[in-house]
Design a protein around this ligand. Sequence first.
Ligand code: UDP
Ligand code: BGC
Ligand code: MN
Length: 351
Amino acid sequence: MRCKSCLSKCRRCMVQVAIVVYIGLIIFALFNYRSHCIETMPNTLIEMSKLDNSGEGKCRLDFDTLGGAQVDIFGEPSEQSILEANPHVQKGGSWRPDDCKPWQRVAIIIPYRDRMHHLLILLRRLHPMLKLQKVDYRVFVVEQAGNDKFNRGKLMNVGFLEALRFGQFDCLVFQDVDLLPEDNRNLYMCDSYARHLASAIDEMRYHVMYYNYAGGVIAMNKHNFRKVNGYSNSYWGWGNEDDDFSARIMEAGLLLTRPPPHIGRFKMVRHTKATRSESGNELFLGWRERWRRDGLNDPVGMNYTVQTVREFPLYTSIMVDIGQPPPSMDVLMTDKSKDLSLWWFFKYYFP
Ligand code: UDP
Ligand code: BGC
Ligand code: MN
């Protein structure tokens, strides 16, 4: 008798625990609802405009024939061999289709220093792919002069402003020098959000490293790049500048769109990994307080001197002196009381 009531008590207790866990999960899911990153197929980038007949006369792309490509991350291609294989490329690393109207004018911005080997491997891959995609494009290599810490974000901002001096580009693709797209269907074009093209990198076992990851290769139209105030100029050394950029995108209410992983595949040319700058995470904790003034619109942070602009056969080179990191990073830090919490930080990387 006693044992029977004991059993039913136990059962009731288990049901109650199950209900509490279930409600807990629902509440957790509600607060962790992730919706600002979505997958979209590349063909939507050109088919959407067709709805209003603006596609007339535009270049036709047959996605079934584009497909995957053989990507070689080894070998040392010479400039001459790339030129011979790509006779379409015009001075300054540009091209535009002449038998149809291209969908977009695209500037490829590559932040660069001392990686000629990677650059040649990338150019060997990009030029034929962009022609297949019938993009009106020009490749810009934005090189940081001197030996101070590398500042990827500031170079992107400089690349944006300097590229627009060359023409009215609709779309900017911010591209690391060592990442090679493996699929010709991964259109180097913009949508009306922010498009993270490198959605599946081999180094990350062809997965997005984390939900909010926006590094590697990202395409954005000029209106949206201005809306997020470009990249922060404050990250000197490796790490976090792409996270800061991703947070701006989210804060500005833009979606981060990605091609599905079988199309967003990239190979990274192997190189030794840098270690994170010691101020990286700390700076990132203050992004929300800083982002509206630290970026494209900051006259102090955007102080730079273009040393040379040269139109080489395969790319346009912009050599730029972007100054030095401040002697103490404290001047870049915000009022600590306004920093985001560690909980926010944790949720950003592990949503
Ligand atoms: N970069 C460069 N020279 C450097 C450091 C970085 O050209 O000394 C550029 C290059 O475009 C590179 C990007 O910045 O792909 C990101 O740096 P890195 O490849 O070291 O970072 P990862 O994403 O591989 O950790
Ligand atoms: C860094 C990013 C980097 C990513 C992938 C993150 O921890 O903050 O800057 O792109 O790792 O390597
Ligand atoms: Mn790399």
